[in-house]
Design a protein around this ligand. Structure first.
Ligand SMILES: Nc1ncnc2c1ncn2[C@@H]1O[C@H](COP(=O)(O)OP(=O)(O)OP(=O)(O)O)[C@@H](O)[C@H]1O
Ligand SMILES: [Mg+2]
Length: 518
């Protein structure tokens, strides 16, 4: 790791409390962010406070097992450093830049401090471009920005990691640049799986992975994001390449900061979060950005504690992002994957100047239709669909078809869903939505639109139903549009739902809707 300066500056441990270590230096007090080593470099400590003229307080980035009072501590003479250079491509590292993929440490690398300033305002690029993901609902309703930050918000197990993995899969193949995956405080297993998947897909040569997972001490989880960003900045600034930075999970960074702050003895702020939450997060987030030479596009999963979007961690993260994708448990339980809450998710890119007039108007129309349907749900639950005006009934039919069409089979879930993943171009997605809004698919069963790619697949999927649908359109909408509201209100419509397995090959929707109320 870091290069040592000639005359060793030695100190001695005064106190150890979990991850917090106080050290006494008689000769020269190491500055803030200095990295200290104890037990021949086995234990690394980062200085976070200078208590008085002789003592510093630091947080250990490694377990402190075996550390005792009086032990010698050596000042490395510099901060924590991360390796950068071509040699880090296709490798996997921990927070110290040690290779953790069972291969030799990379040669031809430089070591750079992980504490760096964000690009100056004058160096930032003012271009705005769209970043296509191949995922219908995102490209149409929440377009991502090249060089922007997008957040995937969601409670436990609603599909953040799956969506992130899918985005890696879709973008990495045809993207020129480098991808950096940073795992913060999530499962080690997921890191290992991702590494294997990427290797299998042959995209590892343009990828770097950095992990500080949930089993590691808070100091390590707190700094691993900085290490990943240092690598990303190297590719942007030195090699002038575009970088895709994926972070799973930025909430764990905030949480690690909270643990560090608590251990350091600071007073907690609202809901127990650290008083420095805002500055810590912005110091990391502001380094992500595009300059004229390259861009760092970042996609971050954000765990939302107790599904509460007003949680300070979520609120602070929201303010940094150009696109917020909110995942909803309700949609996940209905089987409508990706479980994106279409009305809560938003993107700053969705303006006519950026996405174009047609796309903008179409997105507005989709949102309006879905919002109207949302409003009508209560009425349907109380009075039934039959009581709606014909116009409203059309809105319901359109909205439900849109919802189905905006689901998509993922490559990342091929193994357990058994459906082949699909990549859909923005043009196909827009065409599909437009044609649904024009009622072109009114005669098709809703399930024909579920988990397909481009809209024409609906025709292939349900050719047999088409003539039938033409015969009974009067009777069908009632049965079709009922299940969802009923799922909220009770089991009444369940019975109406059951006799209508109109499409054998695709029973998932109806099943999923069925189980919703549980
Ligand atoms: N697009 C999808 N298609 C099918 N199933 C999905 C999809 N997305 C998520 N799931 C299901 O949801 C489960 C949980 O997803 P995932 O691990 O991505 O959640 P998470 O939000 O990352 O959870 P955590 O907060 O615990 O990390 C998956 O194992 C899978 O069964
Ligand atoms: Mg996850």
């Amino acid at each position: 790791m870091g290069d040592k300066t000639s005359p060793a500056n030695l100190g001695a441990v005064v106190a150890v409390r979990g991850s917090v270590v106080d050290i006494r230096f008689d000769a020269h007090l190491p500055p803030i962010y200095s990295l200290l080593h104890a037990q021949e470099g086995e234990i690394a400590i980062e200085v976070l406070a200078q208590l008085d003229a002789q003592r510093v307080r630091g947080i250990a980035l490694t377990p402190t097992q075996g550390l005792a009072r009086g032990m010698a501590v050596e000042d490395t003479g510099g901060p924590l450093k991360a390796p950068v250079g071509k040699g880090i491509l296709s490798r996997m590292f921990d927070v110290f830049g040690n290779a953790i993929d069972r291969q030799a440490a990379p040669t031809d690398v430089q070591w750079r401090t992980v504490h760096r300033a964000p690009p100056a305002l004058s160096r930032r690029s003012t271009k705005t471009e769209i970043f296509e993901t191949g995922i219908k609902v995102i490209d149409v309703l929440v377009p991502l920005e090249r060089g922007g930050k997008a957040g995937l918000f969601g409670g436990a197990g609603v599909g953040k990691t799956v969506l992130l993995t899918e985005m890696i899969h879709n973008m990495i193949g045809h993207q020129e640049g480098v991808s950096i995956f940073c795992g913060i405080g999530e499962r080690c297993r997921e890191g290992e799986e991702l590494y294997r998947d990427m290797k299998g897909a042959g995209v590892l040569p343009n990828m770097v992975m950095v992990f500080g997972q949930m089993n590691e001490p808070p100091g390590s989880r707190f700094r691993v994001g900085h290490a990943a960003l240092t690598m990303a900045e190297y590719f942007r600034d030195d090699e002038h390449r575009d970088v895709l930075l994926l972070i799973d999970n930025i909430f764990r960074f905030i949480q690690a900061g909270m643990e560090v702050s608590g251990l350091m003895g600071q007073m907690p702020s609202r809901l127990g979060y650290q008083p420095t939450l805002g500055t810590e997060l912005s110091r990391l987030e502001e380094r992500i950005g595009n300059t004229d030479t390259g861009a760092i596009t970042s996609i971050q999963a954000v765990y939302v504690p107790a599904d509460d979007l007003t949680d300070p961690a979520a609120v602070h993260t929201f303010s940094h992002l150009s696109a917020s994708i909110v995942l909803s448990r309700k949609r996940a339980s209905q089987g409508l994957y990706p479980a994106i809450d279409l009305l809560q998710s938003s993107s700053k890119m969705a303006t006519p100047g950026i996405v174009g007039e047609r796309h903008y108007l179409l997105a507005q129309e989709i949102r309006r239709t879905l919002a109207q349907y949302e409003d009508l749900k209560d009425i349907i639950a109380m009075l039934g669909l039959e009581q709606l005006a014909p116009d409203d009934r059309n809105v319901v039919a359109r909205a439900r078809r849109l919802e189905r069409f905006l689901t998509q089979p993922f490559f990342a879930t091929e193994q357990f869903s058994g459906i082949k993943g699909k990549l859909v171009s923005l043009k196909d997605s827009l065409d599909g939505c437009e044609r649904i809004l024009r009622d072109e698919f009114k005669g098709y069963p809703e399930s024909a639109l579920y988990m397909i790619g481009a809209i024409d697949e609906a025709k292939k999927k349900a050719p047999a139903d088409k003539p039938a649908a033409g015969v009974e359109p009067g009777a069908k909408p009632a049965a079709k549009a009922d299940p969802e509201p009923a799922a909220d209100s009770g089991s009444k419509a369940k019975s109406e739902l059951q006799p209508k397995p109109e499409l054998e090959p695709q029973p998932e929707v109806e099943h999923a809707v069925d189980t919703d109320e549980s």
